[in-house]
Design a protein around this ligand. Structure first.
Ligand code: NI
Length: 229
């Protein structure tokens, strides 16, 4: 399941991120790629262990934890420190078809996670560049994702995906992985649908409607059954 979350960062935050990132030295994106993906990866990254990546990454994580839709969709246990990349048309940047590594370790913190979900947080507006679509394959076919700056997409880390060549301008993004408390993607999807329906009922009937309260209890009891914490 692909889930988009709008307005995770404000436009002012995005502008601030871009200002900071523009002043940085960038390195070859293959430094964090696995053996297969290194063969098809051509982009640039901020050094993952660098001060800027860590500071901006912390701001991303704060924004994520303040987003009810993100929390509901991901039910995150551990979020890998966000990384930052860019694709420039002038350098023919792209990222061919690959699957992300199943396990990720962070050198600085020693954190190790199973990558249940991959996340791309867009930091360029769609009209700043041509190409650069994130293409994600699932059982229903291939999906093309290009979102406004400040929005993110969550997708199964198990899916094959690619970034098409950028043919004009610059595509800047943050990307990272997370381990969910609910490992099973199908169960996670059902729980998300239930929560979305409950939130709609709360809007319509109020938080203290007896059936809404009952459904909220069912939601939490399902989490109790399925969550590994
Ligand atoms: Ni990837």
């Amino acid at each position: 399941m692909l889930i988009c979350v709008p307005d995770v960062l404000s436009k002012a935050d995005v502008a601030d991120f871009r200002r900071v990132m523009d002043a940085c030295d960038w390195e070859d994106g293959r430094s964090t790629a696995g053996a297969q993906s290194a063969l098809v990866k051509k982009n640039q990254q901020l050094p993952p262990d660098g001060e800027v990546s860590r500071q901006l990454g912390n701001r991303v994580v704060s924004a994520l934890t303040a987003s009810p839709r993100f929390i509901s969709a991901a039910i995150p246990l551990q979020i890998f420190p966000p990384l930052f990349n860019r694709y420039a048309a002038a350098d023919g940047h792209h990222f061919g078809l690959h699957v992300d590594n199943a396990v990720r370790g962070d050198r600085l913190t020693g954190l190790r996670i199973r990558t249940d979900l991959s996340v791309t947080l867009f930091l360029s507006e769609p009209d700043e560049y041509d190409g650069g679509e994130l293409m994600i394959e699932d059982n229903f076919g291939s999906h093309e994702i290009k979102l406004p700056a400040g929005d993110l997409v969550l997708y199964p880390a198990s899916s094959l995906h690619l970034v098409t060549p950028v043919t004009r301008g610059l595509r800047v993004a943050s990307f990272f992985w997370l381990q969910s408390m609910v490992r099973d993607a199908h169960v996670r999807s059902l729980i998300f649908d239930l929560d979305t329906a409950i939130q709609a009922l709360v809007e319509r009937l109020g938080r203290d409607d007896p059936e809404t309260v009952k459904l909220t209890g069912i939601y939490h009891n399902l989490i109790r059954i399925w969550a590994d914490v």
